[in-house]
Design a protein around this ligand. Sequence first.
Ligand SMILES: Nc1ncnc2c1ncn2[C@@H]1O[C@H](COP(=O)(O)OP(=O)(O)OP(=O)(O)O)[C@@H](O)[C@H]1O
Ligand SMILES: [Mg+2]
Length: 318
Amino acid sequence: MLEVKNLGIHYFTLNGVVRAVEGVSFSIDKKEWVTFVGESGSGKSTVAHAILNVVPSPGRIVSGEIIFEGKNLLTLEKEALKEIRGREISMVFQDPMTSLDPLRKVGDQIAEVLMEHGVGNDEAYERARELLEKVNLPADRINSYPHQLSGGQRQRISIAMAMAFNPKLLIADEPTTALDVIVQDSIMDLIDELKAEGTSIFFVTHDISLAIERSDKIAVMYAGKLVEFGNVESILENPLHPYTKALLESVPDLWSESKEIKSIPGYPPDLRNPPGGCRFHPRCPFADERCRKMEPAYIEYEKGHFVACHLRGGVGSE
Ligand SMILES: Nc1ncnc2c1ncn2[C@@H]1O[C@H](COP(=O)(O)OP(=O)(O)OP(=O)(O)O)[C@@H](O)[C@H]1O
Ligand SMILES: [Mg+2]
């Protein structure tokens, strides 16, 4: 359904070129929930924005293809991309105010998404009411302004907008980070319902236990690289990359005696000048000469389970 190949994105800042995403390849199947995890600054949001070609300035996609149902979204005419945006692919962000206009009633905003894609006025308002009920808000909220709603309610409005057309792909970048656990659960349930109706999910979170609970596949990013990708079960049973192992160990285990959170020693690199070889080598307890010199190739280590690590046979290049 969605296939991303060799994606590269740089931010051309006054202080240098930030190589935010490099050589990222993955795919998402129909009705599949893929969650991106990784430390802050690893490039998760940048990849999410690239899918609809909306990487903010001074960012630019410098390589790769994003194939959605056979079409490369990166070379599509503006008009054709506009047709897809909101109808076939929709986005929900961490801060719902990025997709809501503070000065307009939420009902008008939901109806507008529908009308932009050819739905008539009366039908659009009718459908806006239905969508509000679907996200568990009373239909009369149609007349509310965003500031009259709580954070969780606003996030539900932005999900209602994203659901306007039963999109084929929903991109959700940390949609629940600012919300309490109960509201978070109800929003995750809504996304699950969308998935049950046939939508594929590209999800980003800091919370690896949330990723494990809800998704089919996990994509682990480190310093702009996709280092591991596979089914949740195979990643839990057999994490292949030392960074993935460290991430899993950092999850406090609610059932064990120890509530200690292990953090990964060291810091992610400055992406204006990333380390040579494997970008993780300065923090990796297993790094050797090869890891310092050569970049490991991203390979399919076992069926459907990908990794980029010399310890796992990634030959790679200087
Ligand atoms: N507008 C920008 N200008 C310059 N550099 C940027 C810009 N936006 C992001 N970056 C850089 O690109 C890299 C990836 O950032 P991105 O926001 O994609 O990370 P992330 O994984 O989503 O992090 P977080 O978990 O904190 O949201 C970081 O090194 C960041 O500093
Ligand atoms: Mg982000």
